[in-house]
Write a protein that binds this ligand. Sequence first.
Ligand code: ARG
Length: 454
Amino acid sequence: MRHGRFEESISTLLRDYGESISFDWRLYRHDIRGSVAHARALLKAGFLTQAEFSSIEQGLNAIGEEIAAGKFEFSVDLEDIHMNIEKELTNRIGDAGAKLHTARSRNDQVATDLRLYLRDEITALQSGVRTLQAALVGLASANEEVLIPGYTHLQRAQPVPLAHHLLAYVEMLNRDHGRLGDVALRMDELPLGSGALAASTLFLDREAIAKELGFSRVTQNSLDGVSDRDFALELLSALAIAGMHLSRLSEDVVLWTTTEFGFARLSDRHSTGSSLMPQKKNPDIAELTRGKTGRLYGNLFRLLTVLKGLPMAYNRDLQEDKEAVFDSVDTARMALAVTAEMMAALVINQEAATKAASDPSLLATDLADELVRKNVPFRTAHDLVGKLAAESSKTGIPIDQLPVEVIREHCPQLLDEWKAIFDPIRSLKARAAIGAPSPANVSARLAHWKKLLS
Ligand code: ARG
């Protein structure tokens, strides 16, 4: 790369500062795929003979196998994966190798490699999402009858089926799955052929390359082709949102496994101990996911910041895209897998959950609804029931057991059905609108997810 223009070799400091081979080596498979497709276009355009093309193809594949087997020695002096592969190819096959970079720049090459790489990663991430959804559906299904208190402001609010709570995460994860799919759709454009910035005087059939590499379209502006990293940002954004979902689920697990809540127990395989306190069983697994969400947010901001001041077109700053993307992809993939395992092995304490959910005060709103059925305006009903709740909390008598005189005084209309109203199952059965937590709805939604995930 330097032979023509430079007289001195590069400063060792700059070499170490600028190298990317230590992390971009993992693009090797995609780099080779892209190079073979590019070489085929060079062959069709008459810039390579059939023999040259074949030796390039074979040479690249042999290098690929050696890298996969861990037998290839990368050199920092060659900066990145693209130069490492090209130089080795030329060492092995001579002039044909030296023709590979015809009508190509590392700028359009790396933009292509990254898209090819992320396309595969997105598929893997989507399947990680599906696995976690399946674990949640499995847990929900095994505990379909279990109720827990639903919370607002982390104060007990109304009883809900545990399955409804878990299925809320399944819905969120489904949006994550969709977002990843959207990224893949918009990313589905081939930048190769954009050259360094202004394409090439040597004409190649970009659409044929796109077809070979499985892209539906080619980019329409060469400057944009080499400088666009929107697709990476979109992926980092989708992963930041998915991480936020995993973090919220983790927080629920942390709460549920406390002595105070006691709704669930982590399996031994997914718990950690304390180096000091022999009795401890800690939810580090969930805390790590909550903590690692910081990386997913950080990587999004890292790349947004790298991009914000860049003049058109390629700038070396863009090399900073890869570690952010790799770290988020790795972190999200692991977090999804670990969370799926943890949730599949989570043990629900049905008794504790049911006990907490049968607190009669959680059905205060149902009392108000009953009064509405008797034609009392809701605001008046809310007031009346509020007074009863205050009375219950003042006297320590549970609301369902308040003395008859008190009930008669505040809401005589409900005297007969008073006790029956405090049955959480009755309450849930009445919550039958679309999306509401009636047992029949939850069952149907479970069936829906089971079918979709099978
Ligand atoms: N390693 C570089 C990157 O990741 C490849 C492109 C280098 N291009 C250049 N003009 N220096 O972006």
